[in-house]
Design a protein around this ligand. Structure first.
Ligand code: C2O
Ligand code: CU
Ligand code: CU
Length: 389
């Protein structure tokens, strides 16, 4: 609709989404609702890509708990270019289980899509194919260069998405103040986690409270410690302090029942820049048959060409271990995740259960597992799994 990023969609659990896609691009495209638990004909699988000028009608119920999801194109081989050129936006789901003290909506809840970008001489967005991953030389927040946000001395809720094709950010404030992390990909964590630095790879989300109370007149910079980039400057106003929301939150933000007792273990080796378990993506081939409503252990490993941010469609997972490499599960990886970062030499174990009845209502219940470094995904580091009754 002409905006960059795309409009933020907000829906409540129990709503039905009716979305009409008109492909105005010269290439084929199809939109995927990343993080959404929906049947396969609505999931934006590349086999549903429509040609230039084509249309696609989505209709799906919102059946999952509150979370920040997002939407982006998913045509095979073209995802990286279309995302880099700006086709992405936030999709916020709300429900009545979220504590009422949490800010919801403007001005105290702010979605932040943070990504890198590259520009040509005319100042237009530019994309260059690069197998090792497309990285821009300039950060943008919500499509804005060198952004500033005027805030009150109050507690704000930032819904953060790393919308980059390949870049990992290490978020931190320049004055050392903490984020109060309340959630990530799959919604709220069990409790508030104060933390100074958070590593976020492409497609990962964060739900962060930031307390500007008592900071009248100050400026604070959100930075990326990897590049040293300034990402977003907050300018705190001189009004009275807002409410102490952090103290009004319940000590238990949400209940997360740990998955346990996996029935099956599947191993996925992410190899080179285009293969999983030795094979490149084939639209027609089903690589795994996964029983519905069964706990499984999925083991992701890689020897090289990382980072590989690994993403599964259709259900979130719980990260249970990381061995090799960084050797631990980080605070921002607790709760429900649908994307997890795999660095060189690492093995990450997750538990997953595809248990929402909507997943079995599509055409053939075929979903995707892939690397979310979009050049790897486009080159074939992706597979089909089919859910079986
Ligand atoms: Cu955000 Cu299959 O991807
Ligand atoms: Cu997805
Ligand atoms: Cu990869």
């Amino acid at each position: 609709n002409g905006g960059f990023p795309g409009p933020t969609i907000v829906a409540n659990r129990g709503d039905t989404a009716n979305i009409h896609l008109i492909n105005g691009l010269a290439d084929e495209s199809i939109t995927h609702w990343h993080g959404m638990i929906i049947d396969d004909v609505n999931d934006g699988h590349p086999r549903f890509a429509v040609p230039s000028g084509g249309t696609y009608d989505y209709q799906f119920p919102i059946v999952q708990r509150a979370a920040l999801n997002w939407y982006h194109p998913h045509p095979h081989g073209k995802t990286g270019e279309q995302v880099a050129m700006g086709l992405a936006g936030a999709f916020i789901i709300r429900d009545l289980d979220e504590p009422s003290a949490l800010p919801a909506g403007a001005p105290y809840e702010v979605p932040l899509i943070i990504r890198d970008a590259k520009f040509d001489r005319q100042g237009d967005l530019e994309f260059k194919t690069k197998r090792s991953g497309f990285e821009g030389d300039t950060p943008m927040v919500n499509g804005t260069l060198d952004p500033t946000l005027a805030v009150e001395p109050a507690v704000y809720r930032f819904r953060v998405l790393n919308g980059s094709n390949a870049r990992i950010f290490d978020f931190a404030f320049d004055n050392g103040m903490a984020f109060h992390m309340v959630g990530n990909d799959g919604g709220l964590l069990p409790s508030v986690v104060p933390i100074g630095t958070i590593v976020t790879s492409p497609a990962e989300r964060l739900d962060l409270l930031v307390d500007f109370r008592g900071m009248q007149g100050a400026t604070v910079m959100l930075r990326d410690l990897r590049t040293g980039w300034d990402l977003l400057e907050f300018v705190v106003g001189n009004g009275p302090n807002g409410q102490d929301i952090l103290n009004q939150l319940p000590s238990q933000l949400s209940t997360i029942i740990p998955l346990s007792a996996p029935v099956t273990t599947r191993e996925f080796a992410f190899e080179g820049m285009s293969r999983i378990n030795g094979r490149e993506f084939d639209m027609q081939r089903i690589d795994e048959y996964v029983p519905f409503d069964t706990v499984e252990r999925w083991v992701f490993s890689t020897k090289g060409n990382a980072p590989h941010p690994i993403h599964s469609h259709a259900a979130p997972f719980q990260v249970v271990s990381r061995t090799g490499g960084r050797g631990q599960v980080f605070e921002w990886e607790r709760g429900w995740k649908d994307s997890v970062l795999l660095e060189d030499g690492e093995t990450v174990e997750v538990l997953v259960r595809f248990d929402n009845p909507v997943l079995m209502q599509g055409l053939d219940s075929t979903y995707l597992l892939h690397c979310h470094k979009l050049s790897h995904e486009d080159a074939g580091m992706m597979l089909n799994f089919q859910l079986t009754p």
